[in-house]
Design a protein. Structure first.
Length: 375
């Protein structure tokens, strides 16, 4: 079975165009961007693609089965609802929404339309995340005791809708790995905002905080902490994940591209206080095997060597948010082709997004404990 997919937004979204074009279950790729020159440049790269003149043209085209939205944050919720109401499956970049009411609107549209919805959260398909998932599955990590997430990034001079954005409104990269690795839904959050920003950054969203740090409680009793910074905070970029187990722990390197640390707990020695630990920096493998052969080279991008594919695919650093882009495309397409629930579907996406929204609400009320709604 093959489907037709339209990609809306070709800035960052353009990195997905060739992946869709080469997916064995995709027939035609549609392209649309407000910048007609950008659309034309992608048409040159993908001659078989169809360029659309408007978002409305895509929604009204009966040939389009699914739409992948990579558009500005304020448009995510309303465009997602419109795609679903048009009877098309929808993938959308993060965050799903910026209010609980918007999540409710999306949930209603999913249930009414019967179409698939998937939030395209990159951190759930990085080399690092898939490696830790295997450590947990195999039992090597032991019992998870605590988790941390971080996303430090300065957004100065980005498009104006970013200016002063509440940090946890775009907290999904820090929160999503915690939810999935914990294997449980976040039920409660306490969050504090910290620091101060220049007045001009506080005007659009009335958010006074450049940094927000939240403590989450899961339904299974685990706890996790996540910190997000967006402005006026001197910290090297990192979308980090830290998982502390009873036998082994995983800690992201200092910057986003640094190799991670593994700490192992050794058996106790007679007469010695406390168990010993060993810590090492490791190279994380590239889990390309789960992808169709046609997409595997996208996990390493320019490092791929078609003359020596298997060796080049072993490189533990590469394209698209640590190799995640082809995994996201494949999971979305397969959910449609096989009529299975998307792995980051309505319930999971809503919990991850609502955790960030409620975290900011908590911070604005001095760290008030808030229960998360279910969708």
């Amino acid at each position: 079975m093959q489907i037709n997919v339209a990609l809306v937004g070709l800035g960052f979204g353009g990195s997905f165009a060739e992946i869709y074009d080469q997916h064995p279950n995709v027939n035609t790729v549609g392209l649309y961007d407000l910048d007609e020159r950008l659309s034309a440049s992608f048409k040159e790269k993908l001659p078989s693609a169809k360029v659309y003149g408007s978002f409305e043209e895509i929604l009204s085209d009966p040939a389009i089965d699914a739409v992948h939205l990579v558009t500005p944050i304020p448009l995510h919720a309303q465009q997602t609802v419109r795609v679903l109401e048009a009877g098309k499956h929808c993938a959308c970049t993060v965050p799903m929404a910026t209010s609980l009411e918007e999540i409710e609107h999306i949930a209603a549209a999913v249930h009414k339309s019967g179409r698939k919805y998937m939030m395209m959260e990159t951190t759930l398909y990085t080399y690092q995340f898939l490696y830790v998932s295997e450590l947990i599955r195999s039992g090597q990590l032991g019992r998870i005791q605590f988790l941390r997430g971080s996303h430090y990034q300065d957004m100065s001079n980005w498009p104006d809708y970013w200016a002063g954005l509440p940090p946890m409104h775009y907290g999904t990269h820090a929160i999503a790995p915690l939810v999935v690795l914990a294997g449980s839904r976040i039920k409660r959050v306490v969050c504090f905002g910290s620091g101060s920003m220049e007045q001009s950054l506080m005007e659009r969203y009335e958010n006074p905080f450049p940094v927000e740090s939240a403590l989450f409680e899961f339904e299974n009793g685990l706890k996790a902490e996540a910190t997000r910074s967006l402005f006026e905070t001197a910290r090297v970029y990192q979308e980090g994940m830290f998982v502390y187990g009873s036998e082994m722990s995983f800690e992201w390197g200092h910057s986003d591209d640094d190799d991670p640390y593994i700490t192992k707990q050794l058996p106790a020695e007679d007469g010695r206080r406390g168990r010993r630990t060993v810590c090492e920096i490791i190279k994380v493998p590239n889990p390309y095997h789960s992808l169709p052969t046609e997409l595997q080279h996208f996990t390493v991008g320019g490092r791929y060597d078609p003359q020596n594919p298997q060796e080049s695919l072993k490189v533990g650093a590469g394209a698209g948010h640590h190799g995640s882009h082809p995994h996201l495309v494949h999971q979305f397409v397969q959910s449609i082709v096989e009529d299975t629930p998307p792995p980051i579907g309505l319930s999971l996406a809503a919990n991850i997004t609502a955790a960030g929204i409620c975290a900011h609400l908590s911070a604005m009320q001095g760290g008030l404990s808030l229960e998360l709604p279910e969708f």
